[in-house]
Ligand binder design. Structure first.
Ligand SMILES: [Zn+2]
Length: 291
C-alpha cells in the first residue's frame, strides 16, 4: 500500500511508506491507558493528530528510525510513564530518536508555517544538518541544545513572583502530545511534548546558564529529573500560555460538544481509575484541593 515519491530523508525516488510524525507507540500508550479514544480530554491538539501520518520515508529510512524508536520506547518512555523513573541512563539512541521526531515535525509542519519569518533560513539549515546526521548511523554530533523536563510537576512557583498555573498543566505534562515552534524577534526554540516528557531544542537567543542539567548528550549520559531546571522565564511563560490556550479551546467548544466529552469522561471515569488517566485526574484533583 505504498506510494511512489521522493524519500525525504535519503532523497531517493522510491516506494514510500505511510510514516508517523510522532511514533505510534506513544499514541498506542495514550489509548491503552485512557478511555480508549483519542478525542477526549486526553488530547486536543487536532493539528498534530490529523497530520501524524504522511507518505515521506522509504522502507530503509523507516527501519533506521524504528530501531531508535524501539530503544526509546523500552528504555526511556515506558519506565517513566509506568514506574515514574526519575534517573535515566541512556546511550546515543535517545538523542537520535528525539532529533528524528523533531526533524519530522520541522520538515512537515514548521517549515511551511515559518516561510515569512526571520528564522526561516536558520530552520532550513538545521533541517538539512539533521537530515544528513540521521542518515549516518554513527552520527554523534557535538550539541548541547537539546533539553528535557520530565514528570508532571514541572512548574515551580516563586513566592516573589507568583504566576497562575492553569489546572490543565498536570494533564498537559502527563498525557498530551504537542509540538511546534516558539519564536520572537530575539529568541527561537522548537518544542516537543509527549506524555511525561517536554523536549526543547534551543535555536537562537538563549543563555546556557538558564538550562540547568537539562541537556541530553548525543553520545549518551545520565539524566536526573530532580536536578533538571530551566530558569528562562520566556520558556516558562510560553508553556503557561500554551496550556491556557488548550484550556480555552476546551471552554470555547459548543456546550453540546463539551457536555458530550464531560459525560463521556464521567461514564468512563470508573473504568480508567486504575489506568494512567485515572491516576493523572486524581492527582490534578488532589493538587487543586490543596491550593
Ligand atoms: Zn529513504
Amino acid at each position: 500500500m505504498g506510494k511512489t515519491g521522493t524519500c525525504q530523508l535519503c532523497k531517493k525516488e522510491t516506494v514510500l511508506e505511510l510514516s508517523h510524525l510522532i511514533p505510534k507507540f506513544i499514541f498506542r500508550w495514550i489509548k491503552e491507558t485512557g478511555t480508549g479514544y483519542m478525542r477526549t480530554s486526553d488530547n486536543f491538539n487536532k493539528r498534530i493528530q490529523d497530520g501524524f501520518k504522511e507518505y515521506f520515508l522509504c522502507a530503509n529510512c523507516e527501519d533506521l528510525f524504528s530501531s531508535d524508536e524501539n530503544y526509546f520506547a523500552k528504555n526511556i518512555f515506558l519506565p517513566v510513564v509506568k514506574a515514574d523513573t526519575k534517573v535515566l541512563e541512556y546511550d546515543h539512541r535517545f538523542y537520535r530518536c528525539v532529533v528524528s521526531i523533531f526533524w519530522r515535525v520541522l520538515k512537515h509542519k514548521i517549515l511551511a508555517e515559518e516561510k515569512d519569518q526571520i528564522f526561516y533560513p536558520v530552520l532550513c539549515a538545521l533541517e538539512e544538518k539533521w537530515r544528513l546526521g540521521l542518515l549516518n548511523p554513527e552520527w554523534k554530533p557535538q550539541d548541547n541544545r537539546l533539553h528535557l523536563l520530565s514528570g508532571v510537576d514541572v512548574v515551580e512557583v516563586i513566592e516573589d513572583d507568583p504566576v497562575e498555573v492553569p489546572e490543565l498543566m498536570i494533564q498537559y505534562m502527563g498525557r498530551m502530545v504537542d509540538a511546534g515552534i516558539a519564536d520572537s524577534d530575539t529568541k527561537c526554540m522548537l518544542f516537543l511534548k509527549m506524555p511525561r516528557f517536554l523536549f526543547i531544542y534551543e535555536i537562537f537567543g538563549f543563555d546556557q546558564v538558564d538550562f540547568i542539567r537539562t541537556c541530553i548528550n548525543p553520545k549518551g549520559g545520565h539524566y536526573d529529573r530532580n536536578s533538571a531546571k530551566i530558569t528562562d522565564t520566556d520558556v516558562g511563560g510560553f508553556f503557561l500560555e500554551r496550556v491556557k490556550m488548550v484550556e480555552k479551546m476546551f471552554n470555547d467548544m459548543s456546550p453540546f460538544q463539551r457536555e458530550k466529552i464531560q459525560n463521556f469522561t464521567d461514564q468512563k471515569r470508573s473504568e480508567v481509575q486504575d489506568k494512567d488517566l485515572g491516576k493523572i485526574l486524581g492527582y490534578t484533583q488532589k493538587k487543586s484541593n490543596k491550593t
